[in-house]
Design a protein around this ligand. Structure first.
Ligand SMILES: NC(=O)CC[C@H](N)C(=O)O
Length: 395
């Protein structure tokens, strides 16, 4: 007699704090991870997305159905300290992850996810999950992977419910490098790969709240020597490097929590008249330093296909986005001008300070992954630095 048929056990679960349990096939790290679930609409760049430190304590649902087919490589890692593996804690995929076309070792995406400690689930109706997030907002959840299919569902639900969520969490200190270092990779060059810039024209101090590598590459490509400092560096430490410009990086967590120590430093730096450029968390922190407010968004913006209008030129750019908090433009003082806006929902996407070389954007102009429409913002930063230098030498 043949064995009675037994249904296949799910080897992964996504347990939402509202009690919804989504079953699927586990891949990547075993065990469980708690975080906030968001959806990302990018068509490419899963490796850059999962290694973006801004995704710390988040579980990314990919709306693109087929993830993992080009494997993983060392060039597409975005976090500065890959050994720390700061980035998304979990990933949700529609299709089963098939054999990749490329990976240095056997095992493909599964091995790579494991090496970074990312717990992933495939075989999920990501369309339904995305619709649920659009309806109810980004839920707290636990993602769990057990190859033997044995789960304590009540304990996982309790863990999802007990987690206090991203609001109030400063994660920049976990995501950022804790020491000062000079970026030595230089810009990417198709002919010779990476290489330090031989004759830098500028010194940029990048305050690292969880920066992405491509931002540093692009600044380096503009001829800058980039000094990376920890998120809690003092204004005096930063100014000691004699920066031509100061960069405020992207990063994870609630900007209002990080602002407790970051905003006073940024406010002090802004008073020196040194050109400042902020991206994403850096934009939010600048707004807070200038006296503005930030708020949690309903479903956030995560993707590489978001239309943003630049009021200063009237142009629309298609941009890369990854944020769950936003600047309330009504909270900004009258000396601060709103320069960019999301054409999806009208939320603030940029600011500049009247009469000062200080500006920032909510989106990700380094676009890794994403379209490169907003690369001009790096040029804008270096143009401001040149203008600032010219007025100083004329004085
Ligand atoms: N990419 C980022 O810098 C994200 C900023 C912030 N953590 C947010 O979610 O809004």
């Amino acid at each position: 007699m043949s064995e009675p048929w037994t249904p296949r056990r799910p080897t992964a679960l996504l347990v939402l704090a509202d009690g919804t349990v989504i079953e699927g096939d586990g891949i990547g790290a075993e065990g469980s991870a708690v975080g906030e679930v968001c959806f990302n609409t990018s068509l490419t760049g899963y490796q850059e997305i999962l290694t973006d430190p801004s995704y710390a304590r988040q579980i990314v649902t990919f709306t693109f159905p087929h993830i993992g087919n080009v494997g993983a490589n060392d060039e597409d890692v975005e976090d500065l300290v890959p050994e720390n593996s700061v980035g998304a804690v979990g990933a949700v995929f529609r299709a089963e992850v098939s054999a990749p076309s490329n990976y240095r070792s056997a095992g493909g995406l599964d091995a790579w996810l494991k090496s970074r400690g990312v717990v992933a689930i495939s075989g999920v109706d990501t369309r339904a999950l995305t619709a649920l997030i659009r309806e109810n907002g980004m839920p707290n959840a636990v993602i769990a992977h057990a190859p033997d299919g044995v789960f304590d569902r009540d304990a996982l639900l309790a863990q999802a419910r007990e987690w206090s969520g991203l609001v109030g969490l400063d994660l920049a200190k976990d995501a950022a490098s804790s020491r000062t270092e000079v970026w030595t990779e230089g810009p990417w060059n198709w002919d010779r790969g990476y290489g330090a810039h031989e004759n830098p024209n500028y010194t940029i101090v990048a305050i690292d709240y969880g920066t992405k590598r491509n931002i540093l590459r692009l600044m380096s490509g503009h001829g800058a020597r980039v000094v990376i400092v920890p998120p809690d560096a003092s204004a005096a430490e930063i100014l000691a490097h004699k920066p031509d410009g100061i960069f405020l990086s992207n990063g994870p967590g609630d900007p209002a929590a990080t602002a407790r120590y970051a905003a006073p430093v940024i406010a002090e730096l802004a008073r020196t008249g040194t050109p400042i450029f902020g991206i994403c968390l850096g934009h939010q922190l600048l707004a807070l330093a200038l006296g503005g407010r930030t708020m949690k968004m309903h479903q956030g913006h995560h993707g590489a296909n978001h239309p943003v209008k630049d009021f200063t030129t009237g142009k629309v750019e298609i941009v890369s986005m990854n944020h769950g908090f936003a600047v309330d433009p009504a909270s900004l003082p009258s000396t601060v001008e709103q320069t960019h806006v999301s054409l999806f929902d009208g939320t603030n996407c940029g600011l500049r300070v009247a009469g000062q070389p200080v500006f920032s954007v909510q989106h990700h102009p380094e676009a890794s992954p994403g379209p490169q429409d907003s690369h001009y913002l790096f040029q804008r930063f270096f143009d401001l630095i040149d203008e600032h230098r010219a007025t100083r030498s004329a004085a």
